[in-house]
Design a protein around this ligand. Structure first.
Ligand code: GLN
Length: 549
């Protein structure tokens, strides 16, 4: 059986528990241990698939089609492994299982209660990934903040496991905040003391305290935290603000977080951490040789977490190109045919984001038109690809009323249509076309040059698709379907061969981009943006010279 590390959080949310957990997992993995992470979320939705991005940021989709919390994206990007449905469990899913069992009669005669029934189900799920011999260490991030009513059953489950498992098989890392009071010029430990006290009242004593801080922790502060939180001084870890999340594993290594865990878990066989590729990536990220500006056209841009995987993919692809990617958010609701040139001025590339519903659609279409007509590198993802299809239908094929039946159910020209298998579905949760599907790529296409192979597999999350009845018409006019699903013929990739770089994909390539294997589409998009930038500079210079002459 695997060993278990629990990561809890105190004082406030948004301290970066997911990043600390992923960083620790990365270090253990780099030392040769087979490691995975799972997240337990205290909300009652069965999964985050039905949540608006404004609530919890993007919904991350795994290979097996689970709609999960965005922290799973961090786990995959850091560890370069695939997670699955088993890696994300919510209170809703726990209750659903227990209630279904109750209806089946599994607890006949008994009163079903939070303790022991809900806590038993939490424990069963926690232990699941560590059961066979797949992993040496399983990290479990407990969502929410200690002290929240809804976190209590999870903390209780951890308490029971700490008691049930051998001492050396589990440990608790507690992440807290050490605020800095500018006026007093002092770091304050009291909130941390209270949060650890609250844990202890619930029977859980953290083994390691990781302290988020804006200022370095000196020896005295560390000692004070250790003394009042009942941990060894070496187990007080400083997590100072980093310039990039990708630096955190190295900072945690410097603080010896991994070694302290190994010691407590009595793991004696491990290597020196091999982080060569990680450091290579960081070097390129920190010292770029060029810069491009990419417009991200979306309707949730006020909340950066809504496009987390896309933004991280830009970081991976930028490093690969030794190029700083500056992302400019452009709200699709405020783009019109009249102001589009002004709004998109100075960009080296345009990414039209995924999304649902009507809001901001016409702005996205206007942006696609601008990119198509001006040779601006264009990359459309899911809804972004569908908008490229509609734009082409309206402005090149002359199908003035072309639309998606998602936005206009009665459109006479449904170039984007609901998938057949979706038409019978009435329930909302987990019912889209989800997860990984193969895609066959045509040779001699841009997609083929990007992927370097004719068979790929990418993840999906959508209900609508390209209407294949129109395919001939599109291809004759110059928009080709360069990637299709081999079994169903669903169009997966569209492109304009005449354009410097114009590609739209029905799937989500951002979900498979990691530090060690950046998504090829992003890498090539950034490289196209670099070329565009160089072209713009030389045109500008030529203009300047001609003015001087
Ligand atoms: N709303 C579109 C669909 O369901 C696109 C979804 C998306 O962008 N993920 O097909």
């Amino acid at each position: 059986m695997a060993k278990f590390i629990f990561v809890s959080g105190g004082v406030t949310s948004s301290l970066g528990k997911g990043i600390i957990a992923a960083s620790l997992a990365k270090l253990l993995q780099a030392r040769g241990l087979r490691t995975t992470i799972q997240k337990f979320d205290p909300y009652i939705n069965v999964d985050p698939g039905t949540l608006n991005p404004y609530e919890h940021g993007e919904c991350y989709v795994t290979e097996d089609g689970a709609e999960t919390d965005l922290d799973l994206g961090h786990y995959e990007r850091f560890l370069n492994i695939y997670t699955s449905q088993a890696n994300n469990v919510t209170t809703g899913r726990i209750y659903q299982t227990v209630i279904n069992k109750e209806r089946e009669g599994a607890y006949l005669g008994k009163t079903v209660q939070v303790v022991p029934h809900i806590t038993d189900e939490i424990k069963r799920r926690i232990l699941l990934l560590g059961k066979d011999d797949t992993y040496d260490v399983v990290l479990t991030e407990i969502g929410g903040t200690v002290g929240d009513i809804e976190s209590l059953p999870f903390i209780e489950a951890v308490r029971q496991l700490q008691w049930e498992l051998p001492d050396e098989d589990c440990l608790v890392v507690h992440l807290t905040l050490i605020p800095y009071l500018k006026a007093a010029k002092e770091l304050k430990t009291k909130p941390t003391q209270h949060s650890v006290k609250m844990m202890s009242e619930n029977g859980v004593n953290p083994d390691i305290i990781v302290c988020r801080t804006e200022e370095p922790l000196n020896h005295d502060i560390k000692r004070k935290i250790a003394q009042f939180c009942n941990v060894k001084q070496e187990a007080v870890i400083e997590a100072i603000d980093a310039s990039t999340i990708y630096e955190v594993p190295l900072m945690m290594m410097h603080e010896k977080l991994d070694l302290i865990c190994l010691k407590k878990l009595n793991i004696t066989e491990y290597n020196e951490p091999d982080l060569t590729r990680w450091k290579g990536f960081l070097d390129k990220l920190k010292y770029p040789k060029s810069k491009v500006t990419i417009g991200l056209i979306g309707k949730y841009i006020e909340l950066q977490d809504a496009y987390k995987s896309i933004l991280e993919s830009f970081i991976h692809a930028g490093a690969m190109n030794e190029c700083k990617v500056q992302v400019v958010n452009v709200h699709s609701e405020f783009i019109t045919e009249e102001n589009v040139a002004e709004k998109l001025d100075g960009l080296d590339g345009l990414l039209v984001a995924p999304g649902f519903g009507h809001r901001g659609i016409e702005g996205k279409i206007a942006a696609v038109k601008y990119a198509r007509e001006n040779g601006l590198p264009f990359f459309g993802i899911c809804l972004g690809m569908q908008m490229a299809v509609i734009e082409f239908a309206r402005n090149i094929l002359g199908l003035e009323n072309a639309h998606s039946t998602e936005m206009d159910p009665h459109t006479p020209q449904p170039v984007i249509n609901m998938m057949e298998e979706q038409k019978k579905i009435t329930k909302m949760g987990g019912t889209m076309r989800l997860g990984s599907y193969p895609c066959e790529i045509k040779e001699n296409s841009l997609a083929y040059r990007i992927y370097g192979t004719n068979m790929i597999s990418e993840r999906h999350r959508h209900r609508y698709e390209f209407n294949n009845d129109c395919l001939d018409q599109f291809e004759k006019a110059g928009m080709i379907a360069s990637g299709t699903n081999p079994a169903t013929g669903l169009v997966e990739i569209i492109e304009l061969p005449e354009h410097p770089f114009f590609i739209g994909v029905q799937y989500h390539p951002e979900l498979k981009s990691s530090v060690e294997s950046p998504a090829p589409l992003f890498v090539h998009f950034i490289s196209a943006a670099k070329k565009h930038n160089e072209r713009s500079i030389s045109t500008r210079n030529a203009l300047l010279i001609s003015e001087l002459i």
